[in-house]
Design a protein around this ligand. Sequence first.
Ligand code: FE2
Length: 131
Amino acid sequence: MTERLEFYRCKICGNLIQVILDGAGELVCCGENMEKLTANTQEKVNGEYHIPVYVKDDNGFTSIQVGKELHPMTEEHHIEFIERISEDKTKIQLEYMHTDKEPRMELQNTAGRECAVEFCNIHGLWGGHND
Ligand SMILES: [Fe+2]
């Protein structure tokens, strides 16, 4: 049984998928059940930051950056994507990141209350919100 917008990962090959419409079946990859990912919301104390942070100016939110201090973007350790999700889960926007740029999604519009998730190639899925 899956739910809309859940993330699942294959522990063997690394396939990462997101559920668009839910269903009753188990998701299988490489012959095994995929692992459901739950976003971390508490920073570890290791000098690296992963929680997506909404950056604001006088006119509203302008971008989502990964970490209150920006996360590294090297070949070995980087952010794969940032996704924003409206509170009612009816709208999503996903942007893949590049290792030669900051881990940041520029916002063209400001929705109401929403959350953001990001995926680090080493440390997995993390979530934050805009209030
Ligand atoms: Fe990381």
